[in-house]
Design a protein around this ligand. Structure first.
Ligand code: 4AD
Ligand code: MG
Length: 477
């Protein structure tokens, strides 16, 4: 007989059948009722044991956290709270659990506490729900691009270039850190390093992605991304997963259409396939909300919020329009922003982005045509020579979820820009080659996968939507 998952037993219960289940004990009541969970679903399976015929020593081993194998008959349950249960004929304790030491007790734990126990937190309803949704979302990403005719590319994790030009990179080196070889000028001699040059972990697969789009047409990457920015916020990780589509022949408008369609597809997928987990997280949030003051409560329950995004058009607003809205806002005039919006050209802070999305437009917003000075070197310069064809998708409660642009396809303009910014053209000769040999309009964007999971699950901290978060001063596990 094969072991059945609890999900399969509950979805299609064959009353009277003999079954084998394995899982971890959530609770054990009255020396008789074991609630067991195997991770396949949020639901526990109730298993009833015959305690009169069970050795006392064995009964003592059925503690919260222990792993059991149970064999018995599937029956309709007399009790409330479940339709079926297993009348246990035989059971085996696969792994005992010390009741006094096991940190995941059947009670409410704070998310902060569970972060410290990240290797065991997956045995809670909250984290199993989040991680099942994360898994479904990742699948939806691949399904979407596959259906749309994109090819999945693996861009390098170790690179020599800083695509975003922000200098927030983790160095990859095998040099002896105590006495690295020095060049004549006294600098570290990276020619003697493993790759014969300075290398780092990638901050984006975009530049390599572009080379493949200019041959395959439509590609996407979905891989780990590393940023050594010292932002200890609830929206930043030092290691996160980014999805980066790149499309030949797409202009900025096509790019915005794709981003909107893609995000809606993944959220619709989760609404359809993760109902139970979403309902659980929604109720969890509603409980949490009750402890907050009225004005800090979210206006919509989780599922309604996801539906709202899926069913409504994102507002498309140029940077210039956004600055006008912000400059004339009450919040700005009453100096309620930490950074006052006084002139065109400033970089938007997250307080500004959130004002636009949550207070002014009340919907996801795509901001486009940003000032060239505050964006990366590769973005297509507009005819006004002041703005570039950039776009950011801003989400309620999250802020920026997508950043992208139409790419500068004109060799002379790109070279000039790199010169002004002091970007090494020899190092990026291959990127310039794309503009020399068969250049064309092309575009792409990057979506931070954890920010999407944050939104889909309604969680408040990005550390809770990735199994093992890497943040400044923290790389435990
Ligand atoms: O806006 P970013 O920096 O854009 C790029 O890297 C482009 N090369 C993408 C492209 O056009 N192919 O990052 C893209 C997205 C952000 O909008 C955000 O969702 C996420 O990546 N992101 C982070 N997520 C978690 N932690 C961090 N430290 C992040 N930095 C960016
Ligand atoms: Mg960005």
């Amino acid at each position: 007989m094969k072991t059945a998952t609890i999900k399969s037993l509950l979805e299609d219960p064959q009353i009277g059948n003999q079954v084998i289940v394995m899982g971890w004990v959530r609770t054990f009541r009255s020396n008789r009722f074991i609630a067991i969970n195997d991770g396949s679903t949020l639901q526990n399976l109730q298993c009833v044991i015959d305690f009169e015929n069970t050795e006392e020593a064995l009964l003592k081993e059925i503690n919260t956290g222990a792993c059991l194998k149970l064999t018995g008959k599937l029956e309709e349950s007399q009790g409330r709270g479940q339709k079926v249960e297993v009348k246990v004929a035989d059971f085996e304790v696969l792994g005992i659990s010390d009741a006094n030491e096991y940190p995941i007790q059947p009670k409410k734990h704070s998310l902060e506490f569970l972060r410290e126990k990240a290797h065991l937190r997956i045995r809670t309803n909250t984290f199993s729900a989040i991680m099942r949704i994360r898994s479904k979302l990742a699948f939806a990403v691949h399904q979407y691009f596959n259906e749309e005719g994109f090819f999945y590319m693996h861009t390098p994790i170790i690179t020599g270039s800083d695509a975003e030009g922000a200098g927030e990179m983790f160095r990859v080196s095998t040099l002896d850190s105590k006495s690295p070889p020095l060049s004549k000028s006294g600098d570290i001699d990276y020619k003697k390093d493993f790759f014969g040059k300075e290398t780092n972990l990638t901050v984006s697969g975009q530049l390599e992605g572009e080379t493949y789009a200019m041959g395959l047409g439509k590609i996407y990457t979905f891989g780990p991304t590393f940023r050594a920015e010292n932002s200890n916020t609830s929206r930043h990780l030092a290691e996160f997963w980014m999805i980066e589509p790149e499309m030949a022949f797409y202009d900025l408008e096509d790019n915005m259409d794709l981003a909107e369609d893609f995000i809606k597809y993944t959220l619709r997928y989760v609404l359809e396939h993760c109902k139970e987990d979403l309902e659980f997280l929604e109720n969890r949030l509603l409980d949490e909300e009750k402890t907050k003051p009225q004005n800090e409560r979210s206006p919509m329950p989780l599922i309604e919020k996801l539906r709202f995004v899926v069913d409504n058009e994102f507002k498309r607003v140029s940077y210039t329009e956004a600055i006008d809205v912000l400059r004339n806002s009450k919040a700005n005039k009453k100096k309620r922003f930490q950074y006052t919006v006084d002139q065109w050209g400033i970089d938007l802070q997250s307080e500004h982005e959130r004002y636009l999305v949550e207070k002014h437009f009340n919907a996801p917003v795509i901001l486009y045509n940003y000032p060239a000075n505050i964006k990366a070197f590769y973005m297509r310069l507009n005819e006004d020579e002041k703005t570039v064809r950039a776009m950011d998708v801003l989400f309620p409660g999250i802020g920026e979820i997508v950043g992208g642009s139409q790419r500068e396809e004109r060799l002379d303009v790109l070279k000039k820009k790199m010169e002004v910014l002091g970007i090494d053209q020899e190092e990026l000769y291959w990127y310039l080659d794309l503009r020399k040999f068969g250049s064309a309009v092309h575009s792409g964007f990057g979506l931070g996968f954890e920010r999407l999971v944050l939104f889909a699950t309604g969680m408040g901290n990005i550390r809770d939507v990735i199994p093992y978060p890497r943040t400044p001063q923290n790389a435990e596990f």
